[in-house]
Design a protein around this ligand. Structure first.
Ligand code: HEM
Length: 465
């Protein structure tokens, strides 16, 4: 029942910590949100530290926040960690900034390169880059000793990083290059970091305790900056020809810098760093997909059959095989469903409403997509890993409307086409070339699309074709 104040109902906060303790009662905060929604309803308030928050828990309300009233909820929370990672100001970041006309410009520059349409020249380019870099990756992988479990993550990340630098900056790096290895690791540390929740996000007075941690975040950001300037931008700038169309995303950014008075050098560099950092998300998704798939021998078998029926075992798979490999594509969707990457919290930028309840300006909005991904109201046997749930009776890939792993609305993920493209090329190639088995327990953290920088190894056996 709606309360007289018309604020959404919710647990009564304790002094100082609010209701933070309630989130600790489950493995993930999203499971806690689901169980609180059973008590307080599908939209409820919760005070975390001193922050006023509201959680929305069903698809209709989530659409209201992300689409119908998307313009009212375009802000992001003001966590200190976010500032530290982006040169002292989270508005330098594309994912953690508040909505602004600058953000609109940045998204539109990125769109051509990071969201290439299926029939575009850019898509051909994504394919060419993906295939070239996966071949280099295979050569490196063949050097490994297959009698031992293999630490695959650094290699997968290096392959993804090269796909990104080649595609966005027309340059790639040697797997033995120690500066490159270090920067790939640093990006991965940041990705893991961004996927953690910390009490200090809501209790800023804990900051002194986190001083060392915050300094580490700032130093990661400055190491990345040095590498990108010295190894990518400096050369690119020297060879830029303003009379020709942009060769790549880096050219497009540099050209915009000269043409658009609202963009400055910092914006350009941060945007490039931000997008290059996207490779970590893909590397982690590939690792998570492997962890999910190798536990299910029948899934591995079906992927291998599919890739062989398409390539005849005579060539490596390409992006243009994707349409003929629905089961493999469905496997990636099923991984995204079960991993359930959280949607970055939104913030109300004005006084507004959700489902008739008052939402005050500045309220942090958590979108409980965990419920959309694993709730019994939405899926049959949600706890099971079943790629075929994404296949129609005639074998085409179908995604239910409530399945929004990349979110929806004005702040939807810009990198989703690159995710689908590069992860497909890497996974299909790996399964074509190797039988892959677990080498240890592969427990994954629910509600998280990241695995720790030092994670599980896998047993690889080259396949006799
Ligand atoms: C496993 C891979 C990925 C997943 C599951 C994922 C998912 C998401 C989600 C859920 C959001 C939040 C949208 C919202 O707040 O409503 C987001 C935002 C974003 N993603 Fe991704 N993403 C992935 C990879 C990437 C990659 C590879 C890139 C870049 C190439 C990227 C770029 C962005 C950007 C820039 C935003 C912020 C958009 C904005 O706030 O305006 N993502 N992503």
């Amino acid at each position: 029942r709606k309360q007289d104040t018309n604020l959404p109902p919710g647990p009564k906060p304790w002094p100082v910590i609010g209701s933070l303790h309630l989130l600790g009662e489950h493995e993930t905060p999203f499971q806690a949100f689901t169980s609180l929604s059973k008590v307080y309803g599908d939209v409820f308030s919760i005070t975390l530290g001193t922050s006023k928050c509201v959680v929305v828990n069903n698809f209709n309300l989530i659409k209201e926040v992300l689409i119908t009233k998307g313009a009212d909820f375009g802000g992001r929370p003001d966590f200190i960690r976010f500032h530290k990672l982006f040169g002292g100001d989270r508005n330098n970041s594309l994912a953690l900034c508040d909505w602004s006309s600058l953000q609109k410009t940045r998204r539109s520059i990125a769109r051509t390169y990071c969201s290439p349409r299926f029939t575009s020249l850019q898509y051909d380019h994504v394919n060419a880059v993906g295939c070239k870099e996966v071949s280099v990756f295979l050569v490196e992988l063949k050097k490994k000793d297959f009698s031992q479990p293999i630490e695959l993550k650094p290699m997968i990340l290096a392959a993804c990083a090269n796909m990104f630098t080649q595609y966005m900056c027309s340059t790639s790096f040697n797997y033995d290059d120690s500066d490159f290895k270090k920067v790939v690791r640093t990006f991965d540390e940041i990705f893991w970091e961004i996927n953690q929740g910390y009490a200090v996000d809501f209790l800023p007075w804990l900051l002194p305790i986190y001083k060392g941690h915050m300094e580490k975040l700032s130093s990661w950001a400055s190491d990345i900056r040095k590498f990108i300037l010295a190894r990518i931008i400096d050369e690119h700038r020297l060879s830029l020809d303003h009379n020709l169309p942009p060769r790549d995303f880096t050219d497009a950014l540099l050209m915009h810098l000269d043409e658009d008075p609202n963009l400055n050098w910092q914006h350009i560099i941060f945007e490039l760093e931000d997008f290059l950092g996207g490779h970590s998300a893909i590397g982690n998704l590939v690792m998570i997909t492997l962890a999910c798939v190798v536990k299910h021998k029948e899934v591995v078998k079906r992927i291998q059959q599919e890739v062989e029926s398409v390539t005849g075992g005579k060539r490596l798979p390409t992006l243009f095989d994707k349409a003929s490999m629905p089961y493999t594509e469905a496997t990636i969707w099923e991984t995204l469903r079960t991993a359930s990457s959280p949607i970055v919290p939104h913030v109300a930028t004005l006084n507004t409403e959700i489902d008739g309840y008052t939402i005050e300006k500045g309220t942090v909005i958590f979108v409980n997509n965990y419920e959309l991904n694993v709730g019994e109201d939405y899926w049959d046997e949600p706890e099971k890993f079943k790629p075929e749930r994404f296949l129609s009776p005639n074998g085409n890939v179908v995604k239910p409307a409530h399945f929004i792993p990349f979110s929806t609305g004005k702040r939807t993920c810009i990198g989703q086409r690159l995710v689908q493209s590069f992860s497909f090329i890497l996974l299909t190639t790996l399964f074509q070339e190797y039988d892959i088995e677990p080498a240890c327990d592969l427990k994954l953290r629910p509600g998280c699309v990241a695995v720790p920088p030092d994670c599980f190894k896998l047993k690889l056996t080259p396949r006799n074709k």
